[in-house]
Design a protein. Sequence first.
Lengths: 130, 531
Amino acid sequence: MKVLIAKPGLDGHDRGAKVVVQALRDAGLEVVYTGLKRTPEEIVAEAVQEDVDVVGLSILSGAHVPLSRRVLEGLRAEGADDVRVVVGGIIPPRDVEALRALGVSRVFPMGTPLPDIVKAFQGELDAGRT
Amino acid sequence: MKDLKTHAGFPIKPIYGPEDLAGRDVERDLGRPGEYPFTRGIHKHMYRDRLWTMRQYIGFGTPAETNTRFKYLMAHGQDALNVAFDLPTQLGLDSDDPRADGEVGRVGMAIDTLADMEEAFAGIPLDRVSVSLTINGMAAPITAMYFAVADKQGTPRDRVVTTPQNDILKEFVARGTWVYPVDPSLRLVGDLIEYSARHYPRSNPVSVCGYHIREAGCTTAQEMAYGLAIAAAYIDMMIRRGMDVDDFAPRVSFNFTAWGKIFEEVAKFRAGRRLYARMLRERFGAKNSKSWMFRALIGGGGSAFVPQEPENNIVRGAYIALAAALSGAQTMALPTYDEAYTIPSAKAQLIALRTMQICAEEAGAADTVDPLAGSYYVETLTNQMEDAIQAELAAVDRMGGIVDAIKSGAIQAEVARQAYRFEQALASGEVPKVGVNCHVAEGAAEADPEVELYTFDPKVAATQLSKLARVRRERDDAAARAALRRLSDEARGSTNLMPAIVDAVKVYATLGEINRAMKDVFGEHKEPVQW
C-alpha cells in the first residue's frame, strides 16, 4: 500500500502528520509526505502522480470539511475515485458524520491511539467504509 | 521498584540527599533572588512585590467579536491581552484571497487593514494595557498597525507596551507561519527590534519561544536549548547590525511551556535562567543587569490535554499553573480544558483565568520566592538540566549552528523523531496518561464529551469581505500604491523597512498588499523535508 500524508490549507501544525508518517513507515508502508500548506489541487495532483492508494489529510485549523470536500471532488474529477481519503486532526464528534457523508473513509479525531491508526491502514481501512 | 525517568531522560532516584550536591558551589550556582545568575528568579521579592501577569490567548471571528471577549475577560480581572490571529492574517493573505477560503476568522481574528485593528482595540486604553500579539511572519506589518492605533488613541510612545512574538526561527521548526526564506525573514525580525528600541522603548519586540518546539515534540532540555540558541542568533544579528547589546537585550523576552513533571519543569527554568544570564554577560558582554534576565511567559501546554474526560484538563491546567508559579513566571497563560476540541468557550476561558487566580491567592504558590530552592531533588535536577541543555546546545553547534540547522531541516527532523518516540512511549504505557492509557473508564472512549462546541459562523467571512471592500473603496488609492512601491524599493536595499511599512499601514494598504510588496522581492521559503 502506498500512502500520501498531506497538510492542506494554511495550518502549520505538523506533529501529528509527521508521527503518522514515521509509524506507517515502521509498519512497512510506503509513505510520501507533502510538507505544509498545500492546496487541495496540489494534493490531488501529487496523489495521482505518485499513484497512491490512500490520502491522509491532517487538519487542525477547523477547516476540515471544506478542505476534505475539495480533495474528494478533485480526485473524482481526475478519475481517481478509487483513492481512499482519511482525515485526522482536531475533528469535533459532530463533524465525523459530515466527513463520512462526503466520502471520507475513516476519521481519526484528536486522541486516537497511534496503534489504532496504523492498524486501520494495515488493511482494515475498508472495514470502516460506508 | 519501577524505574522512572524525567522527560529529559534522567533516571529519578527514590531518595535525594546532600551527597547529590557534593562538590557544587551553591553560592555561585544559585546566587540571591534578583541577582546574577538569577537561578532563583529575576526579582528580589518576586510575587510579593508584583504577581505574575495573567494573559489568556484570545481571538476569533471578526475584530468586533474579539473586542467583546477582551472586555469580558478584563472585567473579570485579566490584566493583559494576548491576541490570536486567523491563519490568513498570520500568513499575510487578505480575507478575499482564494487561499483564505474557509479559514477567515477561524483560529483567531481576521485583520486585513488598520481599520480592523482600530475596531479590535476600540475602547481599550493602550496606555494602560499590555498587549501580546501572537504574530511572526507578519510581525512587522501587524505591529506597525498596533503602533498606528496607539498613535491614533494619543498614547505617548513611551507608554506603549506590546509584545509581538516576532520569533520567526521557531516558526520554521514548529507552527509553520513562515512566508519568506530564512534570511529576509531574519532581516524583518531585526528591523522590528531596532525600530522598537528607537521609538517604542517599553515594547518587547521579540518573544523567543521554546514553547511551540516543545509542543511539536522535543524534550524539556531541547526546549530550553533551542530557545536559548534562537535568542543567541537574534542577539548576535543585532550586534552585527551595529546595536549595543544593552540597547535591546533588556526587552528580549521568552515564551515557554510548563506541562509535564512539575519538579523537572522548575529545574528547567532555574537552569535556563542561569545559562541565559551567563551567555549575555560572558559571551555578549552585556553590562546592564536587565539584559541578563530571562523574563518569561510560562504556560500553555495544550498538547498535554486530551479529549477523553475533558474536565480532567482543568486539573492538568492547575498543575501547569503551579509549575509555572514555582518556576518564577513573569506572565502566565493556560490552555483551556476544551482546547483539544474547539475554540475555547467564554466559560472555559474564565475557568483558566480563575485557575491562575486560585493558584496565586489561595494555594500559597506566590507567598515566597523560589520555594523549592534547597530541595536536594530540585537542586540536583537543576544541575542535571543545566548539563543536558549544554549538551543539546553543543549538538546544535555540530549541526552548523541554529540558523543552518533550521535551513537544512536537521532540527525539524530531530523534533519529529522525538515526537514519534513520545507517542510510542504513550502507546506502550511508559508515559502514563490518565483516562487514556491508565485508569480508563468503562465506555469512556465512546462517551460524547459534554463540551460546548464553538459554532463557526459563516457570516464572519462575509462581514470581513465587505469591510475590506469598503476600506479599499474609500482609501486614497494613489497614496496606498505609492507606499507599496516605496516598500518594494526599500526591500531591495538594506534599510530598515519599518518606516515604510508604518507609512503603508497608515494609508490603509492591506496586509496582503504589504506582504506581496515584500514577497515580490524576497521570494518564498521552500520547506526542507528531510524524509
